[in-house]
Design a protein around this ligand. Structure first.
Ligand SMILES: NC(=O)c1ccc[n+]([C@@H]2O[C@H](COP(=O)([O-])OP(=O)(O)OC[C@H]3O[C@@H](n4cnc5c(N)ncnc54)[C@H](OP(=O)(O)O)[C@@H]3O)[C@@H](O)[C@H]2O)c1
Length: 251
């Protein structure tokens, strides 16, 4: 694997060390309009044909460099959030490799409360928060539960959840790591600020995983390209999702 990567955009192209993609971003941006919720960034890896998993698991889609970029974003985040299906899909960590410092809050969103918590590898010092409707999250104990108003089917108000994360847990930067259902619920509600999308150099095919386009919001929403990096065959794309964002941290 390469030790340097090329930033293709913004122009002009330049080489940077492979481990430094997204390492020095100003997140959240200083001069942003404060909507009363955390700054929300989504990070996902997908195949060339838009699939986000192979045999139901995301592990293995991205390269070593993709995992490093994920860690670079996590290192900035106050909390890392996933949907319950992602936790049910495979064992995963939402923490930092360096266990000496503070860890981002690990957040799982659920309507059913069916969470195989053994699948979550929590490093020392990482706290878990389960967000869902009151009757469901109560069973995880007061330290680990954030109850949010929900529809009769259990779908919680994500805007209220984000607002509570900000006011009750001091989350200024929220990193969302999927899956597609949670990502697009946030995007279609206008609650996501940026999308970091890795295009892994592989085609998964029609029988595996789920195409990203199947979960696009019914109303197309604009995405404005902020940066592109190329590492071997793998592309790292950064998009701003809110038209009024005036971030200028392209590095
Ligand atoms: N390529 C990648 O970067 C990547 C990243 C993550 C995941 N994945 C893959 O994506 C797949 C899982 O994604 P997915 O789209 O099926 O599911 P998901 O987004 O991980 O989870 C969906 C679940 O989250 C809960 N949820 C989401 N929004 C909610 C709301 N507003 N209120 C209450 N609960 C809410 C519900 O949990 P309950 O069902 O408990 O009610 C819902 O069924 C797996 O195959 C995983 O490997 C890929």
């Amino acid at each position: 694997l390469t030790d340097t990567v090329t930033r293709l955009y913004p122009l002009p192209p330049r080489e940077i060390p492979a481990g430094s993609i997204y390492a020095d971003l100003e997140l959240p941006p200083h001069r942003r309009h404060d909507p009363g919720r955390p700054y929300v960034i989504i990070n996902m890896v997908g195949s060339v044909d838009g699939k986000t998993s192979v045999d139901g698991k995301a592990a293995g889609l991205g390269s070593r460099i993709d995992r490093q970029t994920m860690r670079n974003l996590r290192a900035r985040a106050d909390a890392v959030m996933i949907g319950a299906n992602t936790l049910r899909a495979e064992k995963l960590s939402l923490g930092l490799d360096d266990t000496r410092g503070p860890q981002p809050l690990a957040v799982v969103v659920t309507a059913s409360g069916e969470l195989p918590l053994d699948n979550l590898l929590l490093p020392e010092r990482q706290k878990l928060l389960v967000i869902g409707p009151q009757p469901v999250v109560g069973r995880f104990g007061p330290e680990r539960a954030l109850a949010i108003p929900a529809s009769p089917s259990g779908t919680i108000d994500l805007e209220a959840a984000l607002s509570a994360l900000r006011t009750e847990y001091a989350v200024e930067l929220l990193l969302v790591e999927g899956g597609p259902t949670l990502n697009h619920a946030l995007i279609s509600a206008g609650l996501a600020d940026e999308l970091f999308r890795t295009v892994a150099p592989t085609l998964v095919g029609p029988t595996h995983g789920e195409a990203v386009h199947e979960r696009l919001p019914t109303e197309p929403s604009p995405a404005s390209l902020r940066s592109v990096y190329l590492a071997d065959n793998e592309l790292f794309l950064r998009y701003a999702l809110q038209p009024d964002h005036q971030t200028n941290n392209y590095s």
